[in-house]
Design a protein around this ligand. Structure first.
Ligand SMILES: [Zn+2]
Length: 274
């Protein structure tokens, strides 16, 4: 599943091909994604000039207000979505559900599992129902240990699902929650409300460094957004705990354990994470 680093790399990969371009139309072959693609989308976007490509959490936000008419395309990659820039003559394949037409090029959404989305917001993007309640951006300076500490007081829930709660901090998916807790030395079952300020600071720093390392790794392996075959190609990294149950900890040699929290697999080192 594309997590925040993949979404940010996708955003920065498509950005140079979109900014300043006039949208010449859309092609929709499958309207039924996570939410249906609006029927009037072509009417809304055609003729709009793209001003910038932003991101909030795992939503890619295309500002179509470059010629004065406001409006935003909201894209989400869901479980299996990917975006590619292609020549406008490239024929869509089976899982290619949506094209944003940009004259001689197009931006194509491929999404085999169809949990992605393509939506339109004509008003205040910050108030859109999917964005209004989102928590802190983990890579922004505003996300600090103090913010995490304040947001987790009174929470008896284990820290790992709290870290994955988008109302507190956005875009920390299962892989990065596991890895961040390892680097901060925190047992994933610890009640979030019992973490000291110092441990929240260590955790916020670990979230930032884990995501930045993934961005650096992806920046080299996922660079080509043009003329690619459209397969998603999301990058694999050398994780410390994620997916390593039964293997020795890279730090201390203890055996990595696995448990279930909610519907998700948790991996941790019983010696390094107290
Ligand atoms: Zn260890």
């Amino acid at each position: 599943m594309p997590e925040l680093p993949e979404v940010e790399i996708t955003r920065s990969g498509i950005e140079p091909y979109l900014v300043g371009k006039i949208i010449t139309g859309v092609r929709v072959s499958q309207r039924k994604l996570r939410w249906p693609i609006p029927r009037d989308l072509a009417l809304r976007v055609t003729g709009q000039r793209i001003a910038r490509v932003a991101r909030r959490g795992k939503y890619i936000l295309i500002d179509c207000g470059g010629n004065g008419r406001a409006g935003w395309l909201i894209l989400h990659l869901g479980m299996s979505g990917s975006l590619r820039i292609m020549d406008s003559k490239t024929k869509p394949q089976r899982h290619d559900h949506f094209d944003l037409l940009l004259g001689r090029q197009l931006m194509r959404l491929r999404d085999p599992r169809r949990f992605g989305s393509v939506l339109w917001e004509g008003g205040d993007i910050a108030r859109h129902r999917l964005l209004a309640r989102l928590g802190a951006e983990p890579l922004a300076d505003a996300f600090t240990g103090a913010v995490l500490h304040a947001a987790t007081r009174m929470r008896k829930t284990a820290v790992k699902p709290v870290l994955m709660n988008a109302n507190i901090v956005v875009g920390v998916g299962n892989i990065y929650a596991n890895e961040s807790l390892f680097h901060a030395g925190i047992n994933p079952r610890t009640a979030a409300g019992r973490l000291s300020l110092a441990r929240c600071e260590a955790l916020a720093a670990a979230v930032k460094s884990t995501l930045k390392q993934a961005l650096a790794a992806g920046g080299s392996s996922l660079r080509d957004f043009v003329h690619s075959d459209g397969t998603s190609g999301y990058f694999q990294q050398n994780y410390y705990v994620y997916g390593r149950a039964g293997l020795p900890c890279r730090n201390c040699g203890a055996i990595i354990r696995q448990l279930r929290q909610g519907q998700r697999s948790t991996f941790y080192c019983p010696a390094c994470q107290k």
